[in-house]
Design a protein around this ligand. Structure first.
Ligand code: ADP
Length: 255
């Protein structure tokens, strides 16, 4: 009896230490997240304000004006993505009822996000797409749009300028399959699962070049789970990564 008691005590002690460590780790990530968010909100707001002031107060050539407007749009696009992600993550976190699942055509949604980003980054990236029309799933449009937005945004954001991004949507049996590939640095095997957890960002905060909060892929994975789908990442050849999202078609899920 004494031995059993000691063993139980030992197991209890180890479990509570592990839980404590996990909580401290999460608290640390949350602090980093708050700092990142504050910074991320302040910088684009200040930048857009300056750009608008410049547009308003100076004579400039059409070319200069176009460049300023394009830069301001990029910043507002990022702001919109960031604030949208914070709201969505909070909603998913609170396990609030998802909105009604309606029959949603993924094709124009993915095409819209792809062409929007392709246009915004036309001087720095080539984006090609092969999107089958009328791929209809049963889903919540806001969450599905966030899935498309994040996968395309990351594929454009992480690889260095000059990179190539490929976006595809097709039917595979009774599933809709979205693939987004890039030819950037790729994702090491040991991080392939962790990138889908909340706040996770690879690398070190001090040396990180890319802006972000670590919420995007968490939202992608949680949203796909809610739609009975899943997301995977694999290596692209010869380099980069390929994200593959699968979700049941509307007909399949309503049967
Ligand atoms: P964020 O982009 O805000 O950091 P995400 O959840 O979208 O958050 O991504 C988590 C991490 O996964 C990123 O910090 C990045 O390290 C890695 N990652 C995501 N997409 C790519 C990609 N296409 N190529 C390389 N790394 C990526």
């Amino acid at each position: 009896e004494g031995t059993v008691f000691l063993i139980l005590l030992f197991i209890g002690f180890r479990t509570s230490r592990r839980t404590g460590r996990r909580e401290r780790h999460l608290a640390g990530m949350q602090r980093t997240f708050l700092l990142a968010v504050t910074h991320e909100l302040k910088t684009p707001v200040a930048a857009v304000k300056l750009m608008l002031e410049t547009l308003n107060s100076r004579e400039m050539s059409d070319e200069q004006r176009r460049k300023l407007v394009a830069d301001a749009l990029k910043e507002t696009n990022r702001l919109e993505g960031l604030t949208g992600n914070i709201l969505l993550a909070t909603r998913l976190e609170q396990g609030q009822d998802q909105g009604e699942l309606t029959s949603t055509d993924l094709s124009p949604m993915l095409l819209g996000e792809t062409t929007r980003f392709a246009h915004l980054y036309q001087s720095q990236r080539t984006v090609t797409h092969s999107i089958q029309p009328e791929v209809v799933v049963s889903g919540e449009p806001e969450l599905l749009r966030a899935v498309c937005f994040t996968l395309v945004e990351n594929a454009i954001k992480y690889p260095p300028p000059g990179g190539h991004v490929g976006v595809a949507l097709h039917l595979e049996g009774e599933a809709a399959v979205i693939t987004v590939s890039d030819n950037g640095a790729g994702i090491p095997d040991e991080e392939k699962e962790r990138i889908f957890t909340k706040f996770y960002r690879s690398g070190n905060e001090q040396v990180r070049r890319h802006k972000g909060t670590g919420l995007g892929l968490y939202i992608v994975a949680s949203s796909l789970r809610l739609h009975h789908g899943r997301i995977e990442v694999s290596d692209n050849r010869p380099q980069g990564s390929t994200f593959t999202a699968r979700l049941p078609l509307h007909d399949a899920s309503s049967r």
